[in-house]
Design a protein around this ligand. Structure first.
Ligand code: ACO
Length: 334
């Protein structure tokens, strides 16, 4: 099988700029040893994570998102006033409404942009890129700013050792537009709402609005069944990656860089094995950031490009998995 040839292509949508921003405060595994009953050895061997970034009190998702967006716009040489669409994927918006995208629009001065948020948990940036791609393919907008941003630390139970060691804060952003070469070759998305209770935050919405009782029961904090998530994530991510490679007519040897959602080294190793992708092609930075949910794939793509792991014309596969459950993949040529 050969990579999708450029000769018989229609217009494709590609990435014309990337940005990222993480808080400067580092929380190491050694710091966590002082907070809960855990060890650096346990966290490293079970997850691969060594440290994560934590936003200072008062810093919100739109603050990180705006910084990442500014860098992506500068790289794409796109003025804020010329941005036509902003889609922010987040599970930790500044507030229930207005959307974080509207807040970012105002901060950037992107006065012409249509803005909305997208909720797909850790699959957020992949879902948002695929969503923006549709508006660009059908010609409704000429460019889009896609952001994945989270301040998860505000919703973590810092007394629960099973979850507090996993997550971190951060933002990634990209500008998307029609491109003459490269671009998105194929995409895949899927959901399973029957597993909605495996990873969720029960409080703060219309089901359990804020009350003294909801606070006492810690309903405003993330809850997770890690073992079940682990099993489902491995299968769903691998199968999605296999589907997207097939649709893009890429065999594993034609993929130069595989960029999975940065949740857990063991999940990533199992996914790569199932999708027949050698670990040498897999990009990982979860050791430094932990799981940044909707920001994860975009931060990883940013660093993979910056470190020269993704070069011009390379074939890249992004794959994500998150609460919902949700999963999705993108195959693209850089
Ligand atoms: N330090 C020390 N011990 C711990 C810790 C910790 N931080 N956390 C749990 N343990 C203990 C448990 O209490 C348990 O003890 P017990 O046997 O005495 O009951 C023991 O370690 C084993 O616990 P398990 O949950 O079985 O450990 P497992 O090997 O499954 O690893 C983990 C747990 C790392 C959470 C794993 O299940 C996992 O990574 N799951 C996926 C979670 C994830 O990535 N979620 C997000 C992905 S989806 C998304 O990103 C939205």
């Amino acid at each position: 099988m050969s990579p999708a040839a450029d000769s018989h292509r229609a217009t494709r949508i590609g990435i014309t700029g990337l940005g990222m921003h993480v808080p400067s405060k580092v929380l190491t595994n050694a710091d966590l040893e002082k907070m809960v009953e855990t060890t650096d050895e346990w966290i490293t061997s079970r997850t691969g994570i060594k440290e994560r970034r934590i936003a200072e009190p008062g810093v919100a998702t739109s603050d990180l998102a705006t910084e990442a967006a500014r860098e992506a716009l500068a790289q794409a040489k796109l003025k804020p006033a010329d941005v036509e669409l902003i889609v922010t994927a987040t599970t930790t918006p500044d507030m229930l409404f207005p959307s974080t995208s509207c807040i970012v629009q105002d901060r950037l001065g992107a006065t012409s942009a249509v803005c909305f948020d997208l909720s797909a948990a850790c699959s957020g940036s992949v879902f948002a890129m695929i969503t923006a791609q549709q508006f660009l393919l059908n010609g409704r907008y000429r460019n889009a700013l896609v952001i994945g941003a989270e301040v998860l630390s505000s919703f973590i139970d810092w007394t629960d050792r099973a979850t507090c060691v996993l997550f971190g804060d951060g933002a990634g952003a990209c500008v998307m537009a029609p491109v003459k070469r490269g671009g998105i070759l194929a995409s895949d998305m899927g959901c399973d709402g029957s597993a909605k209770d495996l990873l969720y935050m029960p409080g703060g919405g219309s089901r359990n609005p804020p009350s003294h009782e909801s606070i006492d029961q810690r309903m405003h904090l993330l809850r997770m069944n890690g073992t079940e998530i682990f099993k489902l994530a491995t299968r769903a991510m691998a199968d999605s990656a296999i589907r997207v490679m097939k649709e893009a007519k890429l065999s594993p040897e034609h993929v130069e860089c595989f960029i999975p959602h940065q949740a857990n080294t063991r999940i990533i190793e199992a996914v790569a094995k199932r999708a027949r992708l050698p670990m040498a092609k897999v990009f990982m930075n979860l050791q430094r950031y932990g799981n940044t949910s909707a920001a994860s794939n975009l931060i990883a793509l940013y660093e993979a490009v910056k470190e020269g792991r993704v070069k011009r014309d390379d074939h890249v596969v992004l794959v994500a998995f998150g609460a919902g459950l949700t999963w999705g993949s993108i195959a693209l040529q850089w």
